[in-house]
Design a protein around this ligand. Structure first.
Ligand SMILES: Cc1ncc(C[n+]2csc(CCOP(=O)(O)OP(=O)(O)O)c2C)c(N)n1
Ligand code: SF4
Ligand SMILES: [Mg+2]
Length: 351
């Protein structure tokens, strides 16, 4: 059996969001992942973020590659558009869909194998092009679906289940995303819903390439003493630089913080990101300082989490290319085919 459907009925008093949807309306099939897999917690965080943002499910397109992580869009947002693509090819499929229809919210879901190995080129180009999307990598340091080989994000010296050490240097996807021009870059932990949900909300409201690396332990192949992607290791080494509050348009901003500890950033849609700085020496709006900060802390084995880099003035690929303002499918023949006279004019200009 590849999926289990959930019963449709639910308690009539379940809380509803502004659109009248319950959390159940953002769920989908029952997960068939291993019990305790971090990926299921990320699915739950996506459901919570979309519920709290009152996103109409038909406005979301969820696109994935191949892997346990890439299976997860089957377990959330059952009423949204979805495309489970080919291994490592999620970014190009998402970019194509995005260019054809700018009115949807694009959610790319991938794994560390899917994005840091076979799909590394695709990942990189989607970042440098500034595709407007929320790109989530569910990072467990292994190829879970094919039984636990080290992936390219596994730390050098980390051990597999049988005690064999990884000899290769790890790819830090967060550093690469910042370097290549992503404008909202975060790292989180599947076991920290309080941090992850607002990070996803902020990413979905961001008007450019938003990348979230979520450490997501694989309980079957990479949750033992020698792993640096296990629940215990991440809990012990998690160093949060910031906490986000996400405030929707019209919501009252009540909490008070001392000056210097708080950054407020307004989004295009009127929502506000309120960033509580936990480390005074981390400036998330300075791209090079953010990278320095992460490298320094990584050298001491710390897993730095939170919103690590943010460009408040971000734009996206549509702006760069000056694309059509409406979905291509809504264009009539008159706009798709300007006629023989227009073609003749173009040809004449090239002679
Ligand atoms: C072209 C191609 N090569 C290899 C595979 C085999 N394969 C399937 S999933 C996978 C790795 C998945 O790892 P990751 O993206 O980290 O996902 P996880 O299962 O760990 O969540 C591989 C190598 C494939 N499906 N297609
Ligand atoms: S093999 Fe690992 S990644 Fe895949 S479902 Fe099981 S715990 Fe999750
Ligand atoms: Mg993986």
């Amino acid at each position: 059996m590849t999926y289990l459907t959930k019963p449709k009925f639910h308690h009539p008093e379940l809380p509803k969001n502004q659109l009248g949807y319950t959390r159940r309306d953002y769920e989908a099939s029952t997960s068939t992942l291993c019990a305790g897999c971090g990926h299921d917690s990320i699915s739950a965080a996506i459901i919570e973020a979309c519920y709290e943002l009152s996103i109409a499910p038909h406005r979301v397109a969820k696109i994935s590659g191949i892997g346990c992580s890439s299976k997860t869009p089957d377990y959330f947002l059952g009423n949204s558009h979805g495309f489970n693509s080919v291994h490592g090819r999620m970014p190009s499929v998402l970019t194509g869909a995005n260019l054809a229809n700018r009115e949807l919210l694009y959610l790319g879901v991938s794994g560390d194998g899917d994005s840091a190995s076979i799909g590394f080129g695709q990942f990189s180009h989607s970042m440098r092009r500034g595709v407007n999307m929320t790109y989530i990598v569910e990072n467990n340091g292994v190829y879970g679906l094919t039984k636990g080989q080290f992936s390219a994000t596994a730390d050098r010296g980390a051990k597999n289940k049988r005690g064999v050490a990884n000899l290769d240097e790890a790819i830090d996807m967060v550093s690469i995303a910042i370097q290549l021009g992503a404008t909202y870059v975060a790292r989180s932990f599947s076991g920290d819903k309080e941090q992850l949900v607002p990070l996803i909300k902020g990413a979905m409201a961001h008007g450019g390439a938003a990348f979230i690396d979520v450490i997501s332990p694989c309980v079957t192949f990479n949750n033992h003493g020698g792993s640096t992607k296990s629940y215990d290791y991440v809990r012990q080494h998690n160093d949060a630089v910031s906490r986000i509050d996400f405030i929707t348009p019209g919501q009252e901003i009540t909490a008070q913080y001392a000056p210097g500890e708080l950054i407020e950033v307004s989004n295009h849609d009127g929502s506000v990101l309120r960033l509580r700085k936990l480390h005074a020496d981390h400036d998330p709006t300075d791209r090079y300082a953010a990278m320095n900060y992460m490298h320094q802390h990584a050298a001491h084995g710390e897993v730095v989490t939170g919103l690590l880099y943010l460009d408040p003035l971000a734009t996206d690929l549509h702006t760069a290319l000056n694309t059509c303002a409406v979905p291509l499918a809504s264009l009539g023949p008159d706009r798709l085919c300007p006629g023989a006279a227009a073609l003749e004019k173009i040809n004449a200009a090239l002679r």
